[in-house]
Design a protein around this ligand. Sequence first.
Ligand code: LRH
Ligand code: MN
Ligand code: MN
Length: 396
Amino acid sequence: MNTEALFSALDRQRIETPSWGYGNSGTRFKTFAAPGAARDVYEKIEDAAEVHRLSGIAPSVALHIPWDAVSDYGELRAFAESRGVTLGAINPNVFQDDRYRLGSVTHPDPAVREQALAHLLACVEILRQTGSRDLSLWFADGTNYAGQDDLRARKRRLRDALARVHDALPDGARLLLEYKLFEPAFYATDAFDWGAALAHCVAVGERAQVLVDLGHHAPGVNIEQIVAFLLDEGRLGGFHFNARRYADDDLIVGTANPFELFCIYAELVSAETAADPLVRDTARAVAYMIDQSHNIEPKVEAMLQSVLNCQEAYAKALLIDRERLEEAQQAGDVLEAHRTLTDAFRTDVRPLLAEWRRARGLPEDPIRAHRVSGYAERVARERGVAAASGGFPVHS
Ligand code: LRH
Ligand code: MN
Ligand code: MN
C-alpha cells in the first residue's frame, strides 16, 4: 500500500471512548480516587474531547445509562457537539438495581423482566435523542449454582427481550449483543459466548449484531478467528477493546495483547476489501469502542494511550503485503505466510504516524503534548479529588 492510500485509510479510522473510563473506577477491592477524574457526564465528555483533540481519531463517546443519565439528552448532545465530539453507543445498565439479584431480562419473575425491558426501551428512546446508532447490550444475568434456574427457560427469556428491543429500534439503529464467559455469574452466564450471541442475533433480526469485548473470553481463545467468522456471517457489530492477562481485566488495549490486537485488525482490513459485499459492508460498519476501567492510571492519558495503540495496530495491519500473503497461502508455504504477517507486525510505524499527524496539524507525539499541556493539572485543580466508592461507580 502506498503512503497516500495508507494515510487515507488512517483518516477513516474511528475509536469511540467510554464515558466510564474517565470517572473513578477500579476493582471490587478498591477504587483509588484520581485527582481530576471526571465527576459527571459533562466532565467525561470534556475529557473525551481532549483525547480527540490530541489524537484526531476519537470523535465520539459512549454513554452508560443511568451512570450518565440527564434530564435533557438534546442538551447533552449539543454540549458534546460544542466540544467537538458526538454521543456514541448507548449502554443500558441492567445490572445494578437491587431487584436484579437473580437476573434482569432472564429473571424468573416476569415483573422484574418487565422492569429491565422498560429500561432497555427507555434507552432506545435516549438513542433517538442522542442521534446514536448503536444500542450496546450486556447482561450480567446468569446463575451461580447448578440447578439454580432452568437454563433453557432463561435462554428463551433473553431471546424474548432481545426481539422486543430489536423491533423497537428506529431506522438505521442497531442492537449490539455483548457476550461474556463469566462474572458476575460464576456457574452459567446467559449470554456466555459468541456462538450464543450469534444465534440470538440471527433469530431476532437483521439489525442485531455481536459485540466482541476482548476481555470476555477464556484464556487462550483465538479472538481473531471469532472476528473472522462473525465478519463472514455479516454479524460483527463492534468491539470493546481492552487488554487482559487473567480475566476481564479492563487494562489498556495493546499492552498485554499487541499481537492479538494486530491480528484482529488484520482480519478487519482484509474484510474491508472482501469480494463479498456483505462482508465488506459489515467490516466498514464495525463500531470500534474502548471499554476500560482504570484504577491506578491517570484517566485521560490512559485513554489516549489506548486510542494510539489501536492506531498503531491498524497501521501495521494496513502494511501487510496481501499479494505475498495470498501467494504463500496458496502455495502452502507456511512460514513465508507467517513471516509476511509478522513482517508487518514488526514494522515500526511510529515515524509514519508522526508524519500523518504532522500533515493534519495534530501533535506528533500526543502523549507528550498532553503531558505538557497542563490539562491534567488544570482539571485536578478545578475538579479536585472526587470520593471514590468500591468497584464500579454506583449511580446515586
Ligand atoms: C462487562 C462490560 C460491559 C459493561 C462494561 C462496564 O464486563 O464489559 O460492556 O457495560 O463492562
Ligand atoms: Mn464491555
Ligand atoms: Mn467487560
